[in-house]
Structures are given as structure tokens and as C-alpha cells.
Design a protein around this ligand. Structure first.
Ligand SMILES: Nc1ncnc2c1ncn2[C@@H]1O[C@H](COP(=O)(O)OP(=O)(O)O)[C@@H](O)[C@H]1O
Ligand SMILES: [Mg+2]
Length: 372
């Protein structure tokens, strides 16, 4: 049987040492190497200004590639014009044509490309059905809600039937509730189309919930590429550790020592008992950065080794309670189930869950694996 590719067929995207140096000499993307598999939804996440849009625009062909190689499918496309790359991009600031109806907005790009009227009509119909825009086809953008407009913007990408969808913070202009429902819609759309998608966001929750894999970017440098849970469980460095997860991972700096079990000396005559952990002896007495997720802190039973921080702020969010704690000079956040509702000023005996410790080099921030 023949494999059918061509228009509408999906493709992988491969970046090999892709770099962007802007004319002023600023390197916005340093030698990015990763692959988006055929049909994968890959999320590019990082703080504002880290180079996400630059990277996406290079894939789209809207920005030249200074060095390195970009492939879409098995074709090197560094020098291929955007319109010949068979991609469609959705932006945060999607501009719909105000004088055109939704239907005309959806079909306009295809009309420019010279598609036959019947083809346009059938593609617009398909997209309208997929995005539930059918009832809106005759309306003008001015009367649509923000969410409906963003769906039209998605629809304009959909009718192109591209090999690759590129989405640059498409939900950032929507309010929190709408963002949530559109996020689910995009996940559903991806499942339905089985399309290759690169989705850019600065929002770590969006990244974790949408991405099959995530590329974490900081200052134009890729920090780690992996599945959401692998990033959460084994962050490669302190940046990834504290960027993903809300509230963020607690990071305590101190020296490890053993007396009555393993402890972390925080330096201000305070120390924290740690669960039994098989650390290399060479780490003892050494400066280290230790990470503990908020959910790995528990109210200690009476016979457990514990430390006792003071509760400074309590944030009940219904399903969970976040407690902001102080232990000596150290601030900490714990996440409890709602049955544990501490009061401000309480001194809470806490223990740390076994197997929950993360260790990092105190200077470089690079993860120190427990077993070599
Ligand atoms: N044309 C340009 N010339 C010089 N620097 C630029 C240009 N465009 C963007 N930058 C810089 O490149 C960095 C990355 O920008 P961008 O890719 O837009 O980041 P993000 O999308 O992650 O917020 C930023 O520091 C930005 O100021
Ligand atoms: Mg951007």
C-alpha cells in the first residue's frame, strides 16, 4: 500500500543547531536542537523575552535563520518562503477583517491562493463544523465574543489544511475562564486532526496540560525537552524545577550532614531532618541546593523526625490549602489537603516525604542525580 502524503499530510519538524542573531548582534536563540514528531503537540514554554516567538517565527519563515538547519518533513526549508512551507500560524493578536463575515474571514486566505469556490466552501464548512462556528458564519467579527473570535482565528489556520500548525500564545488575550475552555478545545482539536502542532506559551499550567512534550526555554537556551511529568519529576536544573509547578518548588540552601539520620544545616543554627536518602558520601559537608515540592511536606506524626516552621499566610483554594511558612531565615510553601487548615501563627511540626528530595549544584543549578 502506498503512503499518501502531500497536501494536508502531516509532517515532523526538525531543528538542528538553529540560531538567531538579530541585526543588532543580540542572540535571541542559541543553537536550538529538537524534533517535533509527526502528529505531536509540542509546547515551547519560558518567561517573556526568552525567544519563543523568535523560534516559532523562524519555523514559519517570518524570521531568517542565522545558522543551523530546519526541516519540515524531509525537506530543508531554511530558504523556503513562508507561503511554501505548508504551515499555518495563529497569533495572540489575531486580526480578523472587520468588514467581512466569519465565513468570508475563513475563506479569504484560500481565495487569495486561487482555490476554486466549491473547494473553499467545503473547507469553510468543515472548519466551521469542527470549531462549532456554523451559526456564526454570517456574522461580523464586531458582534463576536473574544472566545468566538479566537475560534475564527483558529478556523483560518484550519482551512489551510497545513502540515504544521504554529500557535503563538493564542489564548493570552482571553480571560482566565475562557482560556481554560479554549485550552480543552485546542487539545480536542489536536486529537481530532492528529496534526503536528507547536504551541508557544509563557504559562506553565498551559504547557503542562497541553503538551505531549515540552521544550523549556530560558534566555534563548533550551533547558530541557521532555514529557510534562518527566520534567516535573526530574527537572534538569533549578530553573526548570522552579518554573514548572504551582506553587513553585521550595529551594533550601545548606550543608548535608548525618547525626541521627540525614539533616540539612541551613547555617543559621537551624537544621531540617531529611527522610533516609542514599546520597553519595562526598556530598556530606558540602554546600548544596535542595528542592522540595510543596506537596511533599506533611504535618508530622508524633514519632516522626520533624522541624517546626511558623505559619505566616494561609491560602485556601478549596481543593487545597497553601501554607506560607517561615523557618529561621527560610521561607517555604506547603500544600495541604483542606482538612489541614492551619491558622496564622501556628507552629506546625512538618516532615518530608520519602523519595521527594531534589538536589542541585548550588552554583550552576544543575541537577545532581542520586545514583550515577
Ligand atoms: N528585531 C529584534 N532585534 C533585536 N532584538 C529583538 C528583536 N526582536 C526580538 N528581540 C529580542 O529577542 C528576545 C526574544 O524575543 P521574543 O522571541 O519575542 O521572546 P518571547 O516570545 O519569548 O517573549 C527579546 O529579548 C527581544 O527583546
Ligand atoms: Mg512572544
Amino acid at each position: 500500500m502506498l503512503a499518501v502524503t502531500g497536501e494536508g499530510g502531516m509532517a515532523s519538524v526538525q531543528l538542528e543547531q538553529v540560531r538567531k542573531t538579530y541585526p543588532n548582534g543580540f542572540v535571541a536563540v542559541h543553537d536550538a536542537t529538537f524534533e517535533v514528531a509527526d502528529g505531536e503537540l509540542l509546547v515551547l514554554v519560558g518567561p517573556s523575552g526568552c525567544g519563543k516567538s523568535t523560534l516559532l517565527r523562524m519555523i514559519a519563515g517570518l524570521e531568517t535563520i542565522s545558522s543551523g538547519r530546519l526541516r519540515i518533513g524531509d525537506r530543508v526549508v531554511n530558504d523556503v518562503a513562508p507561503k511554501d512551507r505548508d504551515i499555518a500560524m495563529v497569533f495572540q493578536n489575531y486580526a480578523l477583517y472587520p468588514h467581512m463575515t466569519v465565513g468570508e474571514n475563513l475563506g479569504f486566505g484560500l481565495k487569495l491562493r486561487g482555490l476554486a469556490r466549491a473547494d473553499i466552501a467545503s473547507r469553510v464548512d468543515d472548519a466551521a463544523r469542527t470549531l462549532e462556528l456554523g451559526a456564526l458564519l454570517d456574522r461580523k467579527p464586531a458582534v463576536l465574543s473574544g472566545g468566538q473570535r479566537q475560534r475564527v482565528a483558529l478556523g483560518r489556520a484550519l482551512v489551510r489544511q497545513p502540515q504544521v500548525f504554529l500557535l503563538d500564545e493564542p489564548l493570552s488575550n482571553l480571560d482566565a475562564k475562557l482560556r481554560l475552555s479554549m485550552r480543552v478545545e485546542i487539545a480536542r482539536l489536536h486529537r481530532q486532526l492528529k496534526a503536528t502542532m507547536v504551541y508557544v506559551t509563557h504559562d506553565q499550567i498551559e504547557a503542562m496540560t497541553l503538551g505531549q512534550r515540552i521544550v523549556v526555554l530560558k534566555d534563548g537556551v533550551i533547558q530541557q525537552v521532555d514529557t510534562p511529568m518527566a520534567l516535573y519529576r526530574h527537572p534538569a536544573n533549578l530553573f526548570v524545577a522552579t518554573f514548572l509547578g504551582s506553587p513553585a518548588m521550595n529551594v533550601l540552601r545548606g550543608r548535608l550532614h548525618r547525626s541521627d539520620g540525614l539533616r540539612l544545616d541551613l547555617g543559621d543554627r537551624t537544621s531540617i531532618p531529611l527522610p533516609a536518602t542514599d546520597i553519595p558520601d562526598a556530598w556530606l559537608g558540602q554546600e548544596i541546593a535542595m528542592g522540595i515540592r510543596p506537596e511533599a511536606l506533611h504535618v508530622a506524626g508524633s514519632h516522626e523526625p520533624s522541624f517546626a516552621p511558623e505559619v505566616e499566610v494561609v491560602e485556601p483554594i478549596g481543593s487545597d490549602v497553601f501554607a506560607n511558612l517561615r523557618f529561621g531565615s527560610q521561607g517555604l510553601v506547603a500544600r495541604f489537603s483542606p482538612e489541614t487548615l492551619p491558622a496564622v501563627g501556628d507552629v506546625l511540626p512538618l516532615s518530608i516525604e520519602a523519595g521527594a528530595l531534589h538536589f542541585f549544584d548550588p552554583e550552576s543549578g544543575v541537577r545532581r542525580p542520586l545514583s550515577a
